[in-house]
Design a protein around this ligand. Structure first.
Ligand code: DQA
Length: 145
């Protein structure tokens, strides 16, 4: 049984009520159910959310130690957290895939969202497809050897 970590950064715990015009009206429980259904029986979806940078960093260490692939929505940390970027780099440098995802398309929004300090160390980036961004990332990861 393989575990895929689905890590979500600040304010994503408020999905469902947070800016539904941008992020939709579904919440993280809906996302967990959707991904678990998509994953099939031999993959466990371990979906977590934190507003705390340190906690997210420690979860990325855990991904290295357990060799667990990661789907990471760094939320606003995307745009300025060098600490999170360095932890994400530890994951991919360890040979563990990490897909950066975004619900919205940050490039179509405010200028400060056009920069990701994480993308350069991610295996790949998927943005702008709502919760399907996570589904596409999961599809990629479950087709890895
Ligand atoms: C986001 C985009 C970020 O700019 C924003 O800060 C978020 C969510 C997204 O999933 O579209 O919190 O990562």
């Amino acid at each position: 049984m393989r575990t895929i970590l689905v890590l979500n950064g600040p304010n994503l715990g408020r999905l469902g009520s947070r800016e539904p015009d941008v992020y939709g009206s579904a919440n993280l429980d809906d996302l967990r159910v959707m991904l678990a259904a998509e994953a099939g029986d031999d993959v466990t979806i371990d979906l977590r959310q934190s507003d705390d940078e340190a906690e997210l960093i420690h979860w990325l260490y855990e991904a290295v130690d357990t060799q667990s692939p990661v789907i990471l929505n760094p939320a606003a940390f995307t745009h300025y957290s060098y600490a999170l970027r360095d932890a994400a780099s530890l994951v991919t440098k360890a040979g563990v895939p990490l897909v950066e995802v975004h619900i919205s398309n940050p490039h179509a929004r405010e200028t400060f969202r056009h920069t990701s300090v994480v993308s350069a160390v991610a295996t790949g980036v998927i943005a702008g497809f709502g919760f399907d961004s996570y589904r596409l990332a999961l599809n990629f990861l479950t087709h890895q050897p």
